[in-house]
Design a protein around this ligand. Structure first.
Ligand SMILES: [Zn+2]
Ligand SMILES: [Zn+2]
Length: 150
């Protein structure tokens, strides 16, 4: 697994855009960056309430971070919208649809063939892709099998 983007890089993105990187924005970013699974805005708001961060601030900041490309939007198995820290370099997230655990894998060269085929078929110049893979992690699978077995 790759480490999430360090906070000073995030700060640089804010500075570049002329947006203040406030303490609350940092707290919200740190919540997602430190999480090993995808979280909904509501969960972030619940977790940050004791730090005095209001729900409206969490909503606005998640939107902002997402617009700046500092959070990636994914869905869990029930279709709930969740957020994760974005991939570093060419990596993609594999997300457990049950517990939302996120594992990142190296995607170097993964879709080269498909991109070439598409370029040929459509005449597009293809310069990238966005990929999320969904599944059920081993511990959720074990739990499910346990439900049936015992
Ligand atoms: Zn799981
Ligand atoms: Zn890829």
């Amino acid at each position: 697994m790759t480490d999430p983007t360090p906070a000073h890089d995030i700060e640089a993105v804010f500075h570049q855009k002329g947006i203040p990187f406030t303490r609350q924005r940092r707290q919200i970013w740190e919540f997602f960056a430190g999480a090993d699974r995808a979280a909904t805005i509501t969960e972030a708001a619940d977790a940050l309430r004791s730090d005095g961060v209001g729900q409206a601030t969490v909503y606005r900041t998640v939107q902002l971070l997402s617009d700046l490309g500092l959070l990636a939007r994914v869905q869990d198995g029930r279709g709930d919208i969740c957020y994760i820290a974005p991939p570093i370099g060419h990596s993609h997230p594999l997300i457990c649809g049950v517990c939302r655990r996120v594992v990142r894998f190296d995607g170097e060269g993964d879709l080269t063939e498909l991109e070439l085929q598409l370029a040929e078929a459509t005449g597009f110049t293809v310069y990238g892709h966005h990929l999320e893979v969904y599944g059920i992690c081993p511990s959720c699978r074990a739990q499910k099998e346990g439900d049936h077995g015992e």
